[in-house]
Design a protein around this ligand. Structure first.
Ligand SMILES: [Zn+2]
Length: 309
């Protein structure tokens, strides 16, 4: 499982940072890629990665500001031009209005897609668990921005323990149907009366990962709730230390506030994105250094950077 950042800038693109988008790559888990936000130019960034647009099965939108959604019509149209590839449906989750934005831009531009889009719109009253599959559950909660904006908490379900085949062979269990029984937790007795306790041959279940991806927001308790015990928290850092007042006025956070959220939530790792173009590279190291005084495991991400979870 990896996160690849496609755009890490705030508001408008700069040479170094495109506007918001990131890909949660779940290729080993479910052979899918989930996009979070899709700012203008996201499809160009994807061209610089190994991500195949057809693998993008779900898109989660945090809010309807242009720097988070203007890449949708282009991406959706290009996704249709995957020669010789099967056309797979796509799900879009986002605030009410996202369906009308997408359908209007496709209609007025005369774009016809050979696959179907299923929209899942929500508002303040229909948040909470927005998706559950056999492997993942996704929750959304409202943040505190200048328009309705949400954060997402992606929870992988616990992974079953694995069977230690070598140990079973060493214990004299013949390879075959007995392996299946033991895998299902059944104890067995071999012909020589050796008892095989399934629990001794199956590793303990591993807890699933928790990934929290927030949209633009002031510091709010909702961010902390979404990030409780997260393996990774992706948090905006539009402003730096000392900019708390201006951040509040514009509906954003500073690096220090993001670090406080990570600390209060007991997250394991904090990735700062949504970085203003006015920060030069020396300022970026300062952003990290200042935030690290509150939460040590912090990193300011770059476009195209890939982070293993
Ligand atoms: Zn915004």
């Amino acid at each position: 499982m990896d996160i690849q950042f496609l755009g890490t800038g705030a508001g408008q693109p700069s040479k170094a940072r495109n506007v918001s988008s990131l890909a949660l790559k779940l290729l080993d888990e479910i052979n899918e890629v989930w996009l979070f936000d899709c700012g203008e130019g996201t499809q160009n960034r994807i061209l610089e990665t190994t991500i195949r647009p057809r693998k993008v099965s779900k898109i989660f939108i945090t809010h309807l500001h242009g720097d988070h959604i203007f890449g949708l019509p282009g991406f959706l149209s290009s996704r249709a031009f995957q020669a010789n590839e099967e056309q797979t449906d796509l799900e879009i989750y986002g605030p009410q209005g996202i369906k009308s934005f997408v359908l209007t831009s496709l209609r007025v531009s005369g774009s016809r897609l050979p696959y179907r889009i299923h929209f899942h719109e929500f508002d303040q009253d229909s948040l909470g668990k927005i998706l559950e599959t056999d492997k993942f559950t996704v929750y959304a909660e409202e943040l505190d921005h200048t328009i309705f904006c949400v954060g997402y908490r992606v929870m992988q379900k616990d992974l079953e323990g694995t069977l230690d085949a070598e140990k079973l062979k060493a214990a004299g269990v013949p390879f075959g149907p007995l392996f299946g029984k033991i895998k299902n937790g059944q104890d067995i007795v071999l012909e020589d009366r050796t008892e095989i306790k399934a629990a001794d041959y199956i590793s303990a279940p591993r807890p699933g990962k928790i990934i929290t991806i927030l949209g633009d927001t002031r510091k709010t308790n909702a961010s902390v709730r979404l990030a409780v015990n997260a393996d990774v928290l992706v948090h905006e850092s539009t402003y730096g230390k000392g900019d708390e007042k201006i951040a509040r006025n514009h509906g954003h956070s500073t690096n220090m506030q993001a670090a406080q959220v990570a600390a209060e939530a007991g997250a394991k790792r904090l990735l700062l994105n949504h970085i203003s173009a006015r920060f030069l590279s020396k300022d970026i190291s300062q952003l990290k250094k200042d935030a690290a005084s509150i939460f040590e495991n912090v990193h300011v991400v770059k476009d195209l950077e890939e982070v293993e979870i």
